[in-house]
Ligand binder design. Sequence first.
Ligand code: MIC
Ligand code: SF4
Length: 647
Amino acid sequence: MEKNLTYKILEGHLVSGELKKGEEIGIKIDQTLTQDSTGTMVYLQLEAMNIKEINTDLSVAYIDHNTLQTGFENADDHEFIKSSAAKYGIVFSKPGNGICHQLHLENFGKPGGTLIGSDSHTPTNGGLGMISIGAGGLDVAVAMATGKYWLKMPEVLNVELTGKLNTWVSAKDIILYILDELSVKGGVGKVIEYSGEGLKYLSVTDRATITNMGAELGATTSIFPSDEETYKYLKSQNREDDFVELKADDNAEYDDVLEINLEDIVPLVAKPHSPDNVDTIENIKGLKVDQVAIGSCTNSSYTDLMKVANILKGEKVHPDVSLSISPGSSKILNMLAENGALADMISAGARVLECACGPCIGMGQAPKNNAISLRTFNRNFYGRSGTKSAHVYLVSPEVAAISAIRGSVEDPRKLGNIMDIDVPEIFKENDNLFVYPPNDRNGLEVKMGPNIKPFPINGQLKEGVDGKVVLNVGDDITTDHIMPSNASLLPYRSNIPYLSKYAFSTIDEDFWKRCEKNQGGFIIGGDNYGQGSSREHAALVPLYLGIKAIIVKSFARIHKANLINAGIIPLEFVDEENYKNIDIGDDLEITNLINELKVDGEVYIVNKTKDIKVKTKFTGSSRDVEILREGGYLNWVKKNFGGIKND
Ligand code: MIC
Ligand code: SF4
């Protein structure tokens, strides 16, 4: 059989199962990454497992999401993660060093390797030819402890790129074009593997922009071959030894193919409130802009920021616009400082922020009421900017920069000739914000502040469960709806009881009170429930509030895994009629759960209020069933891998 690249890398890492579409496989994990907002849970979970040290080639703990330190909570969390990193042999990246995915690309990602990370944009490193998957924190903790990760063998969709991008059209437009074609559900259960003649025009950081936003397609991951461009990039980072050439066999088999001629793409935008609400820049030209934010793990590379600096040079940011720029890494910021580009940005009137996620995760820069905010980020979900009435548009760095000057959306093709960016052959070394673990780690203890509260652990599955429907929502509910993140909530990522009062608060402020009154119950939802972030808080908070099962039309991959890991039963309606038959406040009962919960089993729910029986299905592996029966992954790990200290 002629093999595609995904198959080749998975084959080389396979520890259990068969590489057949839909079957559960176990793979060896070479590297893991965590970031602070999901990381505190990961290290609490690692503490709860009785391990001495990690079982991967490399694990890195980044601090990038919350670097504001508005109170002791946040600083204590950083200290907790730092001390855990030292104890278990994990590299620690200090706040200010940059955004995890950009830093991992620069410093650690390896073609042909495997990486899982407790952040949904981990696939960014697919730009280097690495299988990089976003997962819930507990999956990452188990991968650190065992060196393994289990997943359903995805389909492989080949995106074949031909032609060459037109002037002023960039990698961001390619992924927006694909989002328009496939939608935010189009990648579910798939790896997106890129190939074709068009690749030679895309640098590794362009490719990383594309694989990064593969998360918005719902894809398991996205991957590019490792070729001359990869070599050039690794060499620029003084890592040419990590290079191996990798590509699919000629005539490799794929489950599906999407052909894209890069010449057909024009500057694009994702309009509020979804990354697949794509339109052309031409169509929204002239729209008055209040805020422009450049950065995030999607568009904060050296090349992206040099393009921005060149556009801003000698110009002035419009008086009605606030322009912020957050570089992806301290290495990039350092280089911009040395070559004068930083001065060009500052003199144009840009607000240069720390190298971190910043406004992308609502850490500051919440726009004014009803503002139009152009962002080079990857998500424009409702409320994520911190201002519910704001309208966030996702665009390329080029569109962002020129619109900041004009004060309204502008088509960059108006600028005439494109400037050439001189990317240095060798980047300036800057290792000073990494802390490497000591060789002698004997006796090292973790340091835990008072904001770090124990996380909820479920009990074993019961034969019957009953309760009220406490929430009924529609399609495309994001993790930002379920567990919002902003400057006031992010400091409490290690405090589930506190966070529980804000669950679903962007759409229903009384949700938690209803849960408290009814001792939890059931949530009903539509398609693609739980899209977006890997934050397992979106499962742990409902668990804390007593949610027993979530019944929807379909789930997003990472969130479904997080629900299973937490021991919350994820069920899917078998037809539309059944979905319509349940209302908020209805009394539901599942009487035969232990019997019915099996691989692809049918689970019947009695709607006692309406006196009807509703048919649902459970789709998961036998391992998922075992995990749910044990009441979650930690209990399962305890049973299968030995003791857990603090249960
Ligand atoms: C995001 O972009 O939504 C985040 C913040 O990076 C999340 C992680 C989190 O919620 O902490 C993600 O993408 O997984
Ligand atoms: Fe950070 Fe935003 Fe990237 Fe998430 S999407 S990792 S918040 S920069």
